[in-house]
Design a protein around this ligand. Structure first.
Ligand code: FES
Length: 90
């Protein structure tokens, strides 16, 4: 499984003590790419439950609700395409 995610940052974010969750005492860094509090986990990874191996997804905001869609191919601005075969998304 994989996800197509858009990121706007162009550099690293340095974490420090102020980033520690006062209730949990830790820092949870998002690895799914779906958090609205990126780079911190906000629980949005729960949406990935049920994702299948060898499938690439895109989460699309539909009136405030993220809808999961399967991506089969990517079309680039120059007209070229990339078909996402199961083996290509591993
Ligand atoms: S790992 Fe991404 S929201 Fe939790």
């Amino acid at each position: 499984m994989g996800r197509l995610i858009e990121h706007e940052a162009t550099g690293p974010r340095k974490l420090d003590e102020s980033d520690i969750d006062p209730e949990k005492g830790d820092i949870a860094v998002c690895q799914c790419g779906l958090s609205d509090e990126y780079p911190f986990c906000d629980g949005s990874h729960r949406q990935t439950d049920g994702e299948e191996e060898d499938t690439t997804y895109r989460y699309v905001d539909d009136e405030g609700m993220d809808q999961r869609r399967v991506v089969e191919r990517v079309v680039f601005a120059d007209g070229s395409e990339e078909t996402l075969e199961p083996s290509a998304s591993e």
